[in-house]
Ligand binder design. Structure first.
Ligand SMILES: [Zn+2]
Ligand SMILES: [Zn+2]
Length: 394
C-alpha cells in the first residue's frame, strides 16, 4: 500500500478499527436516530484532537483537520452512519442487539474507515489545506444528505470537492470500481389509488365500476413504459411492490378503492420526467376504461449520482497510487439510489465502489445475511488517505 509507511500505520490501528466496526454493527440505528453512533464518532474525533461539530443535519457530525502546510484547498470526505429496518440472520457474535435493526448496507464499515482515515490524518497533518470529515445520517431514504445541506454544510465547511465510497459485494476485496458520469440511479416511489363505486360482486356487478379491472390493465400497461417509451439505449426500471384492496373474508364484495405502489429508477432528468408522465397518463386511461378514477403520487428520493470527470480521475489515481489496487474505471452503472448525489449536485465530486468480496459468503446489500467485510477496512482507509494526497499533496 503506497511507497511510504502507510500500510504499517494502518495495520497498527487495525485492531481498534475492527473493534469499532463490530461495536457499531452490534448497535445499529435508523436514519436520524443515530445518537449513539454520532456520539461515538464525535468522542473518537475529539480524542484525536480534531475540531468536531455535532448536530449538523440533526444527527450528522463533521470533523475538520487542518494541514500544517500552507494551502487554501479544502475537500470533503463523506460517509454514512445509518442502518436498515431488517432482521439480521448472520448469527455473528457481533450481530445486531436491536430487534428489527441491522447494518445491512455496510454503513458501519463506512463510518469505521472514515474514522481510521481521520485518526491518521490528524496524527501527522502533513498536507496543505483542510479536510472536512462528513459523517452523514439517514442515507437510507430519510434525506440525511439534504438535511446536512439545508443545515449549511458547505457554507459552514466550504469544500472545493467531495468524495464518497460505498462497499460493493461482487467486487473482490482490494479492488475498486468507478466510472465517469452516471454511477447510480435516481430512485423514486409511486402510488396509484383507483376509486370506483364497488358493489355486490354477485348480483349487481354490471352496475358497479370496478377498480380491479383498472388495476389489472394498469399492471400490464406499466410494462410498456420501459419496453416502448424508454429509448432502447437508455434504461429505467419500474417495479410494483404492493397492491391492496378488498378482504379475503368478503370475496363477493367489489371494493371501491384499490392502492398499488412501487419503485422507479432512471439515470437522467429526461427519463425521470418520462416515467412520471407515462405512469400518470396510463393510470388515468386505465381508470377511464373501467369507469373509475385514478390519483397518482410520485416522489423521487434521490437524483442520479453523477461522477464528475476530474474527481473520478482523482479517485482512481488514489486507489492505484495509495492502495496499489486494481481499479475498474468503467464499471456498469447500478440502479440502486444514493443520496450523496445531492452533495455532488452542489460540489464537484465522485463516489467509488470498494470491493466487499465475492463467493458464497458475499451476500448482497440489504439482505439479512449481509455483513461488511473487515478485510476491506485497510483498503478503504488507504483510499481516503490517497484522495487527500492527490488533492492536497500530502
Ligand atoms: Zn443501502
Ligand atoms: Zn448504503
Amino acid at each position: 500500500m503506497g511507497s511510504d509507511d502507510t500500510k504499517a500505520r494502518i495495520e497498527a490501528i487495525l485492531p481498534d478499527l475492527l473493534a469499532v466496526r463490530r461495536d457499531i454493527h452490534a448497535h445499529p440505528e435508523l436514519g436520524f436516530e443515530e445518537t449513539r453512533t454520532a456520539a461515538l464518532v464525535a468522542e473518537k474525533l475529539r480524542s484525536w484532537g480534531i475540531e468536531t461539530t455535532e448536530g449538523v443535519g440533526r444527527t450528522g457530525v463533521v470533523g475538520t483537520v487542518r494541514g500544517t502546510r500552507p494551502g487554501q484547498g479544502a475537500i470533503g470526505l463523506r460517509c454514512d452512519m445509518d442502518c436498515l429496518a431488517l432482521i439480521e440472520t448472520t448469527g455473528l457474535p457481533y450481530a445486531s442487539t436491536t430487534a428489527g435493526r441491522m447494518h445491512a448496507c455496510g454503513h458501519d464499515g463506512h463510518t469505521t474507515m472514515l474514522l481510521g482515515a481521520a485518526r491518521l490524518l490528524a496524527e501527522r497533518r502533513d498536507f496543505a489545506g483542510t479536510v472536512h470529515l462528513i459523517f452523514q445520517p439517514a442515507e437510507e431514504g430519510r434525506g440525511g444528505a439534504v438535511a446536512m445541506l439545508e443545515d449549511g454544510l458547505f457554507d459552514r465547511f466550504p469544500c472545493d470537492a467531495v468524495y464518497g465510497m460505498h462497499n460493493m459485494p461482487g467486487v473482490p476485496v482490494g479492488q475498486f470500481a468507478i466510472r465517469k458520469g452516471p454511477l447510480m440511479a435516481a430512485s423514486g416511489r409511486f402510488t396509484v389509488t383507483f376509486r370506483g363505486t364497488g358493489g355486490h360482486g354477485g348480483n349487481s356487478a354490471h352496475l358497479a365500476t370496478d377498480v380491479m379491472v383498472s388495476q389489472a390493465m394498469y399492471v400490464q400497461a406499466l410494462q410498456t413504459i420501459v419496453s416502448r417509451n424508454v429509448p432502447a439505449l437508455e434504461s429505467a426500471v419500474i417495479s410494483l411492490g404492493h397492491i391492496a384492496a378488498g378482504s379475503p373474508e368478503a370475496l363477493n364484495v367489489m371494493p371501491s378503492e384499490l392502492v398499488l405502489g412501487g419503485t422507479m429508477r432512471a439515470f437522467n432528468p429526461e427519463m425521470q420526467a418520462l416515467l412520471e408522465r407515462r405512469m400518470t397518463e396510463l393510470a388515468h386511461l386505465c381508470a377511464a376504461a373501467a369507469g373509475t378514477t385514478a390519483e397518482v403520487m410520485t416522489r423521487w428520493g434521490t437524483i442520479p449520482m453523477i461522477n464528475a470527470e476530474r474527481e473520478t480521475d482523482v479517485s482512481a489515481a488514489a486507489a492505484k497510487d495509495m492502495v496499489g489496487a486494481v481499479v475498474d474505471e468503467a464499471v456498469a452503472p447500478v440502479t440502486g439510489g444514493e443520496d450523496f448525489s445531492f452533495m455532488v449536485q452542489r460540489k464537484p465530486g465522485a463516489m467509488i465502489f470498494l470491493g466487499n468480496g465475492v463467493g458464497a459468503d458475499s451476500h448482497a446489500l440489504h439482505t439479512p445475511k449481509y455483513d461488511f467485510n473487515d478485510a476491506a477496512l485497510p483498503f478503504g482507509v488507504a483510499w481516503w488517505l490517497g484522495v487527500v494526497r492527490q488533492e492536497l499533496g500530502a
